[in-house]
Design a protein. Sequence first.
Length: 358
Amino acid sequence: MLFGKILPQNEEEVKKKIKKKNLFFTFLLLIFTSTFSFTCFSCAPKTDNIELFWPQPPDEPRIKWVGWIRGEKDVTGETGTEWLMRSVVGEAEDVLIAMPYNVFVSKERIYVADTGGSKVAIYDTANKKAFYAGKRGIGGLNKPIGVAVDREGSVYVTDSAQDKVIVYTQSGEYKYTLSKKGQFQQPTGIAINDSLGRVYVVDAKKHNVTAMNKNGDVLFEFGRRGGNNGEFNYPSNIYVDKQGLLYVSDTLNFRIQIFDPDGKFIRKMGSIGDTPGNLARPKGVAIDSDSNIYIVDAAFNNVQIFDKEGNLLLFFGSMGIGPGKLWLPAGIFIDEKDRIYIADQLNRRIDIFQYLKK
């Protein structure tokens, strides 16, 4: 392990420390948003020649920083002059990401649940095009949180303000609303098991997970509020691995809980703390091709990597606005090439890293 011995701490003391840190970050946020609310592409640092690795030499690198996506221009390759001209004539409405919460990647398309922008941005990296779902009209979004794509290319989005799950085509056209009225109180994370034809939706206020088919019929629910195994305290994100196991971020219980496809509790990992290996605000979860488990922590502003047994291997990222930095990160996705995408909320971008296999 790359860290020193982790000492046990009193839970109340740890909670006080975390609360102080959150107040400090909120103060910084007020300063940041008032100063940089009109940041444009031309203000960002040049990143072409920057190389960042984790861990630091002389240890063998395992994670490499690749870059970021802040909006349309980073995908389409539009020049600064072209973007400025579109801005002048009023055609640059949806260029920048406002505040991303989650990200999903499928067939060279990057889907971003842009909570602050009330839309899902769809970046076609192969063809250098951008589409948007839920901008207005039928199927319009208010506060998109979770996003997932099935094998047919349908895009499933949770809206925690409208308490709905809405389905779109891979280019952003509205298809149908999956959920029934009053079914959810605050839907957040969403994940799909294509083999079983199931859609799993986390409800933060109901403190549970609902499993539905793709017609919107409820198959079963599991979880309730509490701190025991199988219980939740404001869960947020969810991930389905290749075996169909469910990884649920039990955020205010400071842990990840793992279930079988039918919602049966298997095990948990993580506990409250402010040192590496502990969790303070776990959000996104993902797994790479070597079965390493990645957990985004919004309080630590980093990503911790654990092995299958729950042993800490490495962490990367720290609070900041530059390359390799994170500020209130949330969702995470790892594609088939082990490229890591992180929804970096207050930096208003998708940060991209690469897992370097041995």
